[in-house]
Design a protein around this ligand. Sequence first.
Ligand SMILES: Nc1ncnc2c1ncn2[C@@H]1O[C@H](COP(=O)(O)OP(=O)(O)O)[C@@H](O)[C@H]1O
Ligand SMILES: [Mg+2]
Length: 401
Amino acid sequence: MRKLRSNEVFKPGSFPKYTYVSRKSSGFGFTYETRLKQALNTPGYLTSIIGPSKTGKTVLCEKVIEPQNMVSLTGSDFKNAKDFWEVVANKVGLPLEGEYSETTVLKGTDNSPEDKSFSTREKYGSNKDKVIEFFKKSNLVLVLDDFHYAPEEVQLDIAYQLKDAIRREFKAVVISLPHRADDAIRKNPDLSGRLNLINIEPWQEDELKEIAITGFEQLGIKISDELASKMALESLTSPQLMQSICLNLSLILNIDENESIKEINDEKKLEESYRFTTINLPYQEVVKKLMAGPSTRGQERKKYQLKNGEKADIYHILLKAIAQNPPVVSLSVDEMKERIDQLLVINSKEKIEKNKIRDSLQKLHDIMFSSEPIYQVFEWKDNQIFILDPLFLFFLRWATY
Ligand SMILES: Nc1ncnc2c1ncn2[C@@H]1O[C@H](COP(=O)(O)OP(=O)(O)O)[C@@H](O)[C@H]1O
Ligand SMILES: [Mg+2]
């Protein structure tokens, strides 16, 4: 038996105890952990962490803040909330304002021999005072995760509540996605000058590789640098995707049961694990919708002859081009043109011109951004495609649809 099982080492959905990678935040030379620790040690300041989805914001807090000191709430906990402090008090089990009562008994006297009991409502200050007091006494940190899930007016109220609380040395971290969602905090004039800002940047290839290398090492297996690089490239910028690929590769190789495996160097198995990893990704409908393109009102769209024998319309071809090697987070219109020319038969009279590429990408953009958030997988801006969701690109490259 191996000392650890692969699902203890690779944790795509939770805290990666054995594969935690400590990263440096660029320009500072300090690790994110050091920065968060320092931020929490600055009395009177609020900490704001922003970064794209699934880049390790929650995991960072779990690494730095002791579990017994971390009080975690998410934006959606405040959806129907009237009072911010009431929600926090509830979370830590503090009795709420007005609920606390005590019975006082007055002993009987000679004049009135019966005992009298009074139910008195003790005033312990507001919920806010109680919570702040309790947090300070017990050295607690409030982590407001996924703040963007709180309704906008609630976000502003929370910012207002926190402003006064942090002055009284209440410790809080607010986590949100970049753009808009963090405005209530970062662009709030009341909070300016009292914020610690931590921006989680995209993961680099070396940092992603470390997950695979240290993880397999923990399992007593050596993975070649070349394969680890390939996996990092596929993961694009997502540590979660890297964790999933590693876990699925372990399953496919059956390494938990087969102790004789000491090394991984089989690229075929790697590709099998990519395909396996796409099974649980929710992009089937997204691809379908994008492939269909805008409505043609029943008219047949023009089809082009591809080198591989297929015929495909422009939207199909655009997605194929995005899926080509190497996987990258952004593509210019020239790069798209090049990729498309590679796909089409060489002497085809019907070239696809850049203008057509631009127009069609704009149409895809409009489809995505008038649909639910799950459909917003890339954007078309300033003549460039920007992949917003690395898992989507991975799906596009490896899934069958
Ligand atoms: N520092 C890290 N080292 C290794 N894996 C990580 C790290 N940070 C995140 N991950 C992986 O990514 C997943 C998502 O991280 P999470 O903190 O939940 O993202 P976010 O809160 O930014 O959405 C984790 O469950 C873990 O698999
Ligand atoms: Mg999170």
